[in-house]
Design a protein around this ligand. Sequence first.
Ligand SMILES: [Fe+2]
Ligand SMILES: [Fe+2]
Length: 167
Amino acid sequence: MISEKLGAAINDQVNKEWWSAGIYKAIEAYYSSNDLPGLANYFNIQALEELSHGEKLFEYMLEVGAKVELKPFPEIKGDYSSALDAAQYALDHEKLVTSLINDLMTLAKEENDHAAQIMLQWFVTEQVEEVASAQQLASDLKVVEGDGRGLLMVDREMGQRSFAAPE
Ligand SMILES: [Fe+2]
Ligand SMILES: [Fe+2]
């Protein structure tokens, strides 16, 4: 049994994860249209990860019988002033998601829902990784700011990333 309040909060997070996927698809399109296919690849994979995060929460909701309600996305920003600007936006977004996950965990504790806490633990750990990799990308792009060759090197490196579905 899940409380109505916690069920609604997890439902919100499902929507936020799929919104995140939309944001990263927009960033992918931005990089692709600026001839940076490696960075575009990186954000395509980022979007696939967000879809899988939403799926994980969605499956949990079905399992515990919580009410699913899909909602329209909030704003999806598609215009960025530079490669660094887009990466910085992604970093800020990951920080926002981290605070949402932390709030969810706090609520699961208040509701004394042990199963939800165990499920959410995965997301707490995942967010540490998500913020760290977004931070790394933003720092790399800051280092090469104004240096076309450096930017190409970062782009090549980001082209190496491939998707591994979380278990
Ligand atoms: Fe996520
Ligand atoms: Fe994320």
